[in-house]
Ligand binder design. Structure first.
Ligand code: ARG
Length: 279
């Protein structure tokens, strides 16, 4: 692993240790409460992910896990932070409801200006920043009303994308942002996860996108974290890793199989804190 892949820029991530991780309810098709989970293994995989970020030179902050909130490890859902503005999450399912205020408090306690969402949204699980544009998933979790609320708040264009396959219930399970450079934004996505109108948008805006194959998507390979140069990706997504290499990215395989039982991978465990651009 090199720490200097071309295009890589230092990031600030927020993570939540999976101390209380288990699958005790079912809100997506990956979750099977009758199947055993291994919390110690989840912690081990999460620690490895954290160490990879630190080795790459990224800053990582931590929010304390709360007992009774087993999905809190999926930090991406905790809020959306764009240009230093924190838009809180408001979860679709009551099981995850308390996570929204917990993450919002984390930011408020550290001096961030936070905005409590009125509309249902699941943070950076459904909101992805690509250059000057926000791609926003809907269909399963985040409402289109939240897209509008966010657009008003941050003043960026928000492109709504409807998801149609319940296995890809959050945008970050079906689409990965590889480069957020406004001059040359790049994404990877899995077309069958999107409605025809959403596909048209993606083809039009990103004609050069990496198109993922079913096998890689089904390993949640698109739930990847890119710093613009390195891409942390599920090891099973071998074809996707090869496609990334062809494009000049350095794929870094990090196993997240235990966290996959809850329906998440590396990206789900990672909330990016994007600060205001320098004036
Ligand atoms: N069990 C969680 C849920 O269904 C998984 C969330 C995964 N997070 C993500 N950013 N896709 O809500």
């Amino acid at each position: 692993m090199s720490t200097t892949a071309p295009g890589a820029t230092p990031r600030h991530y927020l993570m939540c240790r999976p101390t209380h991780y288990t699958v005790s309810y079912e809100i997506n098709p990956w979750m099977h409460p009758d199947r055993a989970t291994d919390t110690a293994l989840a912690v081990q995989q999460w620690e490895r992910l954290r160490d990879v970020y630190l080795d790459l030179g990224h800053q990582v902050s931590f929010i304390d896990p709360i007992e009774g909130l087993p999905d809190m490890v999926y930090a991406a859902n905790g809020a959306t932070v764009v240009d230093g503005i924190v838009y809180s999450a408001k979860f679709r399912y009551p099981e995850r409801g308390p996570e929204g205020p917990a993450y919002e408090k984390w930011f408020a306690d550290r001096g961030y200006v936070t905005h409590t969402a009125e509309q249902v949204n699941e943070g950076e699980g459904d909101i992805l920043v690509v250059g000057d544009v926000l791609l926003a998933g809907t269909g399963f979790r985040t409402s289109t009303a939240a897209h509008e609320e966010l657009s008003r708040l941050v003043g960026h264009e928000v492109v709504g994308l409807e998801l149609v396959d319940p296995h890809y219930y959050h945008l970050d399970t079906a689409l990965a942002v590889l480069s957020s450079d406004p001059a040359d934004p790049q994404i990877a996505y899995y077309p069958p996860a999107f409605s025809p109108a959403a596909l048209e948008q993606l083809q039009h805006r990103f004609p050069d996108a990496v198109i993922a194959e079913e096998q890689d998507a089904a390993a949640l390979g698109l739930n990847a974290v890119s710093d613009g140069g390195h891409v942390v990706v599920a090891p099973a997504a071998t074809r996707l890793a090869a496609q990334l290499r062809e494009r000049g990215y350095e794929p870094i395989p990090v196993p997240t199989t235990e966290l996959l039982k809850g329906g998440g991978g590396a990206k789900c465990c990672t909330l990016e804190i994007r600060l205001a651009p320098p004036a």
